[in-house]
Design a protein around this ligand. Structure first.
Ligand SMILES: NC(=O)c1ccc[n+]([C@@H]2O[C@H](COP(=O)([O-])OP(=O)(O)OC[C@H]3O[C@@H](n4cnc5c(N)ncnc54)[C@H](O)[C@@H]3O)[C@@H](O)[C@H]2O)c1
Length: 334
């Protein structure tokens, strides 16, 4: 099978390596010719230390590699998905399966990544979202990892499962593309918040409280928008939340930690030096929650810290001092 991965960041590269390992004719496309030439010559990715790119992997900055591709994986950062899909669209056919692996919600439109891919490719392709607890660094080192391939089209989801699954990458299918994409995008906001807790010197109890109650509010919005509650307890939900909130690989977590330690948002983003998806997602989640009338106190506080300059320390007291609640019921005891 011919597969093309669009986006040569760490995740696009790790996925291209996996497809290559599985025997597919795999092409990795990046927009900067000099960077792609260097990767092709050195057989290394600058951010994936100690990893050698397979000799069979084609590395290019020429979009004509898309011709004849049966599967196209879009691994651009969420803010560049529309632009990337627009460039790719002329090469795609009704037989192409498009795989979205970017985690985000589009600013202003509040669209999920698969919806952008569909719009830009005029609804001709089948679209699958692949998401879950998966650091590129670990997948490229062949450490056991699990993800979900979600689509309304069961055949397309199975096609993606077959293409990626091997002894170190286990793929489940799901029909709940709405829940899978929303969970993956929204958990980055919580990873930032968890990092801020660490930066403030707060410890395990606080992080567990934050993660659990945050998952409840993500689920509330996700269900409201058409996702399935069980997805939020699965790999793309709780699984990804755990990995992002507890790992040193997570840029969202690190950015939050710097903010908790007192850096400005801009200083924190600069120090991380790579895409911090949770920063963009915080605004979209806030807008969505406001628009839909869904109560999301943790995400609202994250938005106020990131976009309105509220000190991270102030929101701890605010969240702890909210009205008494029942854990299971929306209302208080009568
Ligand atoms: N890194 C991971 O482990 C991981 C795992 C799962 C999902 N993801 C998701 O995959 C997506 C990509 O993440 P990443 O970690 O590979 O990013 P990255 O920061 O490693 O790389 C981003 C890449 O995008 C390119 N880029 C920047 N602006 C662009 C534009 N306008 N058009 C096209 N390309 C552009 C950059 O040159 C760079 O190669 C994100 O949405 C992320 O949430 C990442």
């Amino acid at each position: 099978m011919k597969a093309v991965v669009l986006g040569s960041g760490t995740w696009g590269t790790a996925l291209a390596m996996t497809l290559c390992d599985n025997g597919h004719d795999t092409w990795l496309w990046g927009r900067t010719p000099a960077k792609m030439e260097e990767m092709a010559a050195k057989r290394q990715h600058p951010q994936l230390q100690g990893v050698t790119l397979p000799a069979e992997l084609h590395i290019t900055a020429d979009l004509s590699c898309l011709e004849g591709a049966e599967m196209v994986v879009c691994a651009a950062p969420s803010f560049a998905v529309r632009e990337t899909a627009r460039k790719a669209a002329p090469y795609l056919t009704r037989d192409t399966v498009l795989v979205s692996v970017s985690k985000g919600i589009e600013r202003d439109t509040n669209l999920r990544m698969s919806q952008i891919l569909q719009e830009e490719t005029h609804y001709i392709c089948k679209v699958v979202a692949l998401s879950g607890p998966s650091h590129a660094e670990e997948v490229s080192a062949h450490l056991p990892t699990g993800c979900v391939a979600a689509s309304l089209d069961r055949k397309a989801a199975r096609f993606v499962q077959d293409a990626f699954m091997n002894e170190y990458f286990r793929i489940y299918t799901s029909y709940d593309i709405v829940g899978v994409e929303l969970a993956g995008a929204m958990k980055n906001v919580i990873a930032l918040s968890c990092g801020a807790c660490a930066g403030l010197g707060l410890q395990d109890n606080t992080k567990a409280l934050l993660m659990t109650r945050a998952m409840e509010e993500l689920t509330r919005l996700g269900e409201h928008l058409g996702g399935t509650r069980r997805t939020f307890g699965g790999l793309a939900g709780m699984g990804d939340l755990i990995v992002t909130c507890t790992s040193m690989h997570s840029r969202n977590n690190r950015a939050g930690m710097y903010i908790g330690q007192g850096m400005t948002v801009q200083e924190a983003m600069d120090k991380v030096g790579a895409v911090v998806e949770g920063y963009y997602a915080a605004e979209s989640v806030y807008q969505l929650a406001q628009h839909e009338g869904v109560e999301m106190p943790i995400c609202r506080c994250a938005y106020e810290v990131l976009y309105q300059g509220k000190p991270a320390r102030d929101v701890v007291g605010e969240l702890m001092g909210r009205a008494k609640k029942d854990e299971l019921l929306e209302t208080t005891w009568l």
